[in-house]
Design a protein around this ligand. Sequence first.
Ligand code: NAD
Length: 495
Amino acid sequence: MVGTMTTSAVRVIHNYVNGEYTETHGGRSFAKMNPATGEVLADVDEADQQLVDHAVMSARRALDNGWANTPVRERAALLRRAADRIEERFEEFVAAEIADTGKPITQARELDVARALINFRTFADVAAAAGQESFLTDLAGGRQALNYAIRKPLGVVAVIVPWNLPLLLLTWKVAPALACGNAVVVKPSEETPSTAALLAEVLEEVGLPAGVYNVVHGFGADSAGEFLTTHPGIDGVTFTGSSATGSHVMKSVAQRVRPVSFELGGKNAAIVFDDVDIDEALNGLTKSVFANTGQVCLCTERVYVQRNVFDEIAAGLVERAETLRLGNPTDESTTTGPLISQAHRAKVVGYFALAEQSGARTLTGGGIPDLGPDLAGGSWVEPTLWTGLSNADRVVREEIFGPVAALIPFDTEEEAIGLANDTQYGLAAAVWTNDLRRGHRVAQRMRVGISWVNTWFTRELRSPFGGVGLSGIGREGGDSSLHFYTQPTNVCVQL
Ligand code: NAD
């Protein structure tokens, strides 16, 4: 049986457990809508408690049947074959990601699916090259002990991911987890079930043993997400999503003292100094504010601009916002898709109203665009920029997760640093300046997990990635991923 089937125009997406596509017997299913049009796209089986139990037990059995002890070079080779197979089925992944999210085809190709390949290849390399820590310890009487650490897989890992970059974020966790010899039970977002289902096909095709990769579909509370994170059989949780959900998941996992890795929300700042190359800064800001319709955890929603270039930057950013092309996601000239759902649009539109109530001047946007009858049912909003707000306003403090930013002037470097760090979040920052010393200085003082100078979203996957404050706990990427997805045992031998 295949994971996704077509019945008329609506596909049926099943859970994938122990190498089989499992139909929910008399269970619940839910409709997945196309966010660009509002049409029903798929009917997705919702995993119940029993199926989640089955998934966790299958994962455990797969570990015990030998996967946990597979030589790392074999696991790395399998990851590379998975990357090659995704490359062969590239356009299927692109189409699935576009249908689920409404994101423009150029972005699905160049970012989402491209990064899935890189995730698999990078973690194959990182795991294969990893060494072990060892120390010679001096003891009394001139004797010595050899201490070394062996790293064992963490075990059954629950992988919970959001809808904004579904395949990218899923493979960012699944690739290192598998490279380290874990088995995973994946819960994709209810908004984006398709690419996790397609990945099951790919991993089966390249010979991953049954039970090592399982997918359970559904929601959070009283559904697959909660059944999984509260399950006594899981050995750790890696979660990407909102800070509120992260906090909730942490409480349930805490009862059984399991490790967590949390990549959570952001309210990211950009600081633009007056010595900057204006065009370069505007190109960077256009990406960082509007990429993926502002639905990237790393997107900029606060832009602090030095006062004497404020008007020029504001006018330039408005001009660029107004040339973004909203439209059919499969059209190569489209730059900007819809928001993920009507519910999310209602939230973003609520902030449009709140901004006005807080005394903002809306420079551009602030409404729902008319894109014609074909797209009338989609969750579209206009790219939106405000001035006249301050750090005291909720619009500037809360994560909106849409194509929006508040532009706020500053006078001195110290003031800009203070404003940027004045947040409970701490995921990312971007500093725009032609003074390299200032760039390093300010970037280092940002209270964030990643601080860019004259760029945005440039990623090195061997670097540690994560957030401070409400933006997360722990780091993944490179060795940080190997550390999270393994448990060390220190062996001490007296020589
Ligand atoms: P969300 O927290 O609503 O959902 C994330 C996932 O958790 C989904 O799969 C959801 O079904 C599941 N979930 C919800 N409630 C749960 C519960 N009680 N128990 C277990 N699972 C539960 O987030 P979202 O709206 O899907 O994604 C947007 C958020 O993700 C934003 O806050 C964004 O900043 C954040 N994000 C962070 C990063 C990062 O790397 N830091 C990356 C992307 C997105």
